[in-house]
Design a protein around this ligand. Structure first.
Ligand code: 13P
Length: 248
């Protein structure tokens, strides 16, 4: 049985005082649910949320990590540094990082491996552009992102990875993939995982959909068989909206 998992991705929003206010409000709303929840926040907010969510079961995630343990990498943060703060999750390979910060399947793979080594669960993002969807290469493209990102990762470790399917054309655009489009690709992702790891392992992997998820469309997205959760951008900035999605 896969437990539904809703994660927020704040992107580059909220300073420390805003994060604290969010945490207090969200903590008061969260409860009475079997749905797992986490928020992935800017590095500078991590300690505030870890502290505020202690004992609540709400997870805290980062949005990026470096793949080396330490070194002369100005501006970077290591998995050990995240672990020391008490981070549970880390987003890897978000399309914004692939597009603006030259993230590749190769670096995604190194980051996923490093996070697993340090016992932080990766949320690995994949997703096609509108051009790729329209030209019909979308399935080959998603398969290559999965194979590249997961190269050399054992079945035992693969079970700990959350895969987020985020079609680039649906991110921040208000244009959600239809539940059928999202389900179709999440089923394809599950099928690829079966090819790579076998059914038993693939059945354990949480697959999220991301792209303009909001309270109004969460139910129909979450009701799809192969969609186990959502990675929520804009709507995760408001405690009541995030809670409404968790309560889908
Ligand atoms: P929106 O929910 O704002 O479309 O963002 C999706 C996303 O990129 C989550 O990682």
């Amino acid at each position: 049985m896969r437990i539904p998992f809703i994660a927020g991705n704040w992107k580059m929003y909220k300073n420390r005082s805003e994060a604290k206010a969010f945490a207090e409000e969200f903590k008061a709303l969260y409860g009475g649910t079997d749905v797992k929840a986490a928020v992935c926040v800017p590095f500078t907010d991590l300690d505030i949320l870890v502290e505020a969510f202690r004992g609540t079961g709400i997870g805290v995630g980062a949005q990026n990590v470096h793949f080396e343990d330490e070194g002369a990498f100005t501006g970077e943060i290591s998995a050990d540094m995240l672990k020391e703060i008490g981070v549970d999750f880390c987003i890897v390979g978000h399309s914004e990082r692939r597009q603006y910060f030259a993230e590749t399947d190769g670096t995604v793979n190194l980051k996923v491996k490093k996070l697993l080594e340090k016992d932080i669960r990766p949320i690995m993002c994949v997703g096609e552009s509108l051009e790729q969807r329209d030209s019909g290469v979308l399935y080959d493209f998603i398969k290559s992102q999965l194979k590249g990102g997961l190269e050399g990762i054992s079945a035992e470790d693969a079970e700990k990875i959350v895969i987020a399917y985020e079609p680039i054309w649906a991110i921040g655009t208000g244009r959600t993939a239809t539940p059928e489009q999202a389900e179709e690709m999440c089923a394809f992702i599950r099928g690829t995982l079966i090819e790579m790891y076998g059914e038993e392992t693939a059945d354990e992997v949480i697959i999220q959909y991301g792209g303009s998820v909001k309270p109004a469309n969460a139910t129909e997205i979450m009701n799809q068989d192969e969609i186990d959760g959502a990675l929520v951008g804009g709507a995760s900035l408001k405690p009541a909206d995030l809670m409404a999605i968790i309560d889908f």
